[in-house]
Ligand binder design. Structure first.
Ligand code: ADP
Length: 429
């Protein structure tokens, strides 16, 4: 039963193996607590009795294995209970992965060399529940004391940092249903665009850099190697998108591929992966609770994500506005060939582009409202192979005085003077 736009306090009794699906209202938050029984949100258990506050627009489900009563206070866009979910099949996957982690751990304590736990990659079209399944697998693993590495290759709607990036971070605790993944020191590479078609080659190069860095970090860390990885991917599964999936599977040496609700993709992957190193390709049902988002909603959620980086989820951070001279900052763009715009070329001519060339960018009004990454590179030619420290947002450019005003997470000098620009922009609202 769907109850649209309900308000005030109400109690919902959930039978075993069912879930309460909620879309929080657009402009108010929702309070919710577990009155009795046990329940979890995307793999993370709810504490008994304690009120939790969910921000506007959040879409989630409270699932119970054994039955629970939930109390809600506030407005929702929708809330309804569902007793048909794919959760049993998901938790069965978790059990298999857990077995592999245990075997990896056991064999690494026998020998001097450490062994690899499962490297799981979650694939499927947009809005099939990839991020959500990744999150459940990570939280269930963390609950059992593993520290799996979360790798997020989704440059459109990443869950580790702002859009336009690929990133990785160890997950040491079940993921907080409200706060999401803590932003402390993830390993981030800046691609600078929200679709891979802007520069497919660069995307591949960055996935390779990230994979190489993770490989180095795993060496000598038997614990994280046994825990393995959970890799979330983009929803682009056709044509170049499919090639990029295969590239990610090979580059990150995934040995379990979970395909969400796509018969065709599943059989294609089974077929193409049967000849290489052993990879298990498993088809899983998508949840009926996954909410589809149109292009506008996606764009909005990208914008909220950037806002959250600077201001925090509930305006709890205070970013700092800084002013620098043009001569203090060195801005680079990757690829794109010559700086001449397409409009300056003869009709039909393509600008000759080396997709991974580092091109210095003159500071101009074009940078207004851009989100730039602050590279850890020490020299310009290290920019592609370096991860990034964080991001700044250009709020003003004074061409006359040659001064640039930008928002940064904190005051003081930037960790590096090398900045990367792509096509990522943000309109502060
Ligand atoms: P994908 O990563 O494949 O694009 P997501 O996992 O991000 O898809 O899911 C899309 C949206 O649906 C998210 O806002 C997510 O929180 C929501 N969602 C997923 N599963 C459920 C569910 N069972 N009930 C309610 N909302 C859900």
């Amino acid at each position: 039963s769907t109850s649209a736009s309900s308000s005030s306090i109400k109690q919902v009794k959930l039978d075993k193996e069912s879930e309460l699906r909620i879309e929080v209202a657009n402009d108010t938050s929702l309070r919710l607590r577990l009155l009795n029984g046990t329940a979890e949100i995307f793999g993370t258990e709810l504490p008994p009795q304690i009120w939790l506050t969910f921000p506007p627009r959040l879409k989630f489900a409270v699932f119970t294995w054994h039955g629970a009563t939930i109390e809600m206070d506030g407005t929702t866009e929708t809330d309804y209970t569902a007793d048909e979910t794919p959760m049993i099949s998901y938790v069965n996957v978790h059990a298999v992965l857990d077995g592999r982690r245990n075997r990896a751990k056991a064999s690494s304590s026998d020998e001097s060399k450490s062994s690899q736990g499962p490297r799981v990659i979650v694939v499927g079209p947009t809005d099939s529940g990839k991020s959500t399944l990744s999150r459940m697998l990570l939280s269930w693993a963390a609950k059992q004391g593993w520290k799996p590495t979360f790798v997020d290759l989704d440059i459109g709607q990443g869950s580790i940092t702002i859009p336009g990036c690929i990133a990785a971070t160890p997950i040491e605790m079940p993921i907080d249903p409200v706060e999401g993944i803590p932003l402390e020191m993830p390993l981030v590479y800046f691609y600078g665009h929200t679709t891979p078609s802007n520069n497919v080659e660069l995307y591949k190069v960055l996935v390779k850099e990230l994979a190489g860095m993770l490989e180095r970090q795993f060496t000598g860390n038997a614990e994280s190697q046994a825990a393995g990885m959970v890799i979330n991917t983009m929803g682009w599964i056709e044509g170049v998108g499919y090639d990029l999936l295969l590239h990610a599977i090979h580059t990150l040496k995934a040995n379990v591929v979970l395909v969400l609700g796509q018969e065709k993709l599943c059989s294609m992957l089974k077929d193409v992966l049967k000849n290489g190193p052993k990879v298990d390709v498993v088809k899983l049902q998508r949840s009926g609770g996954v909410v589809s988002r149109n292009a506008k909603v996606r764009q909005k959620s990208r914008s909220y994500r950037i806002r959250e980086y600077f201001y925090g989820l509930v305006n709890d951070l205070s970013p700092h506005s800084n002013i620098a001279n043009f001569s203090d900052l060195f801005v680079y763009r990757v690829g794109g060939g010559p700086q001449a715009p397409r409009s300056a070329l003869p009709i039909g001519a393509e600008p000759a582009a080396d997709p991974t060339r580092i091109v210095p960018v003159n500071i101009s009004l074009d940078l207004h409202h851009s989100v730039l990454a602050v590279s850890f590179a020490k020299e310009p030619d290290e920019i592609i192979s370096s991860n990034v420290a964080g991001f700044i947002y250009i709020t003003d450019i004074d061409m006359l005085r040659k001064k640039i005003t930008y928002l940064a997470p904190s005051a003081g000098e930037l960790p590096s003077k090398y900045l990367i620009v792509g096509s990522l922009t943000w309109l502060e609202t």
